[in-house]
Ligand binder design. Sequence first.
Ligand code: SAM
Length: 263
Amino acid sequence: MDAWKAGIDTTRPSIARAYDVVLNGKDNFEVDRAFVAEIVKVVPEIYDVATYNRQILGRGVRFMCAEGVTQFIDLGSGLPTVENTHHVAQRANPEARVVYVDNDPMVLAHGRALLAENENTAVVTSDLRDPASILADPAVRELVDFDRPVGVMLVGILHHLHDDEDPKGIVEAYMAAVPPGSHLFITHFCDSSQEARDAEKKFLALLGTGRFRTPEEITAFFDGFELLEPGLVPLPLWRPDEPAPANLTVGQRLMYGGIARKG
Ligand code: SAM
């Protein structure tokens, strides 16, 4: 497929493709690799950070499945990689349903091919900043039963939304549409070190987005819901499969995550 035909801009880095670089994927261009090389200069561990984020995604989905959640809306889902939300969820419950939402044209191109054979999974190309249109999307309405608990996932995405885009209002709009028993799963770049602040500046300058929030600011996204144990914590500390490290590195503190339940 020619990139320009699919609406893919290879002259500027894209969030989805830059993330693919740090996950050692192949769906990226020189401009994305150049962006990541700049981030490596301030946070050499950035590839590990992406791994921590994918690992908590798996642990979080498994946790929500164990809590009885059978359907997920994965907002800002990224390019398909290993252990995507539907792989994890459908291993726990083969009937689990997953809607992926992303606004990167490459996600749609790759996602459709990957998911064509899975009738409990859909990919919607839409801007998550428009909850009303996503919640009304026929693919979402067909797959998700809004009378039953939903896992609303904003994993590695809210730090790309600036305050004037009303990220809190966006979170609230999704959570207002789902019933009690639903869960809200967030991971977020955190203003946790000088290196984090330097990385944020590079994100803003080169990618055009970047708002690394404090733990208090990230916690505020969960207002009105019950933040479940262990609360909002650095990614490796959230219900780890292996003993958690005692002293966290800059990279291990670069992102925080948590899950809350709507009562
Ligand atoms: N959630 C996945 C994970 O954590 O492994 C992928 C995270 S990736 C860093 C962020 C994704 O959000 C990218 O694929 C990007 O295209 C998508 N994205 C950014 N802004 C978006 C928007 N306004 N609407 C929908 N998707 C968006």
